[in-house]
Design a protein around this ligand. Sequence first.
Ligand code: SF4
Length: 405
Amino acid sequence: MNERNDTSHMKILEKIAGIAASERNDYLMQAKKSGKKVIGFFCSYVPEEIIHAAGFIPYRMRAVASSGTEKGDIYFSSLNCTFVRHCFDKALKGDFDFLDGIVFLNGCDHTRRLYDNWRHADIPPEFRYMFVAPHKVGTTAEKRFSGEIEVFKKELERYFNVTISDETLAASIKLYNRRRELLQSIYEAGKSKEVPLRGSEFLRLMLALTAMPVEDSIALLEEFKGEIQGRSTARPGDLRIFLASGCVEEPGHLELIEELGASIVANNICLGTRNFDLAVSEDDEPVPSLAKRYLYHLSCPRMMNTSRERLAYMQDTCREFQVDAIIAEKLKFCDLWGGELFLYRKESRKLGIPLLALERELYGGSSGQMRTRIQAFYEQVRNRKSTADDLFCAAGDDYQAGGKN
Ligand code: SF4
């Protein structure tokens, strides 16, 4: 890579890091100044296209730059996960005062409580909507999801006095599909030995893109794709990691995983593949097509009858991306990911892929203990690579080489 390219891709990475680092950014604030409304939403099951077709900017809720949970803990118990506690803390501090509306989702019982507490504390914005997505896939669920989208669409039209036509919706679908296509191609570049983009950089990219107008995000991605072509981040001896997790939004945490001697080349995380793995059909009616896409995209454990598909995705991805090991994480008190880790552990044994399960707190810092566990795991994986021993590790347990735990 020549010096000029090196400087220009560093520039764009710095720009993305700047956008990702705070809850608001220049693109968003500029759009606000020009009169655009911004609607926050939780979770990858809310169809952004509907919000966009109403003329608004969908904004993926996050807790970046959170300084603690002291205020949030007045409403949430310490048995709630730190994602919701940090988000609510920020809400109480007025960090989301740029939002014109907010859409909650029945992702899990913890996120559901966000809706109750937001209303109870009467935190702006006034438009607070609970989008109820099915917890199962199937034809009944498709109809149910379509119905929910229709109700959501009508409510946006009524409250904001706007019209969402099939034409504007089709145009929004096209834009979001373009963003998915670009993201998919950047993600797939991770299959190469060169690893043009590290996992921590990919997370920053996702944080940035989901907090700005989609039109700007497409322009940024097109530029970005060109800049990283031919880039290599691979270091000799780096392990190739598949990361499975729910609410992870700290690039610093992924940097820790990588700086100890690995690249996160593939993932199934909230701010990852689930956002772009499936396009919306542009040939059929918009609302049922949206329902299909949002119901059948790569799922998370909130979905009750798709664990087989998630494990198959993990298996196929590990093969295609030549993954050496899996890191599967959960936040403390997250039951959904707790159950998922059990399934991952069983599956990784079957496949003979080493797995490290971690339990952590959002913005909990990179504890020395976490560092030591990851380091020791990598050492064992490397030994295993040379000895072909089995290696498995469970959350809270010590991993074992050459045996089962
Ligand atoms: S980390 Fe788990 S408990 Fe917390 S919001 Fe996500 S799915 Fe719910």
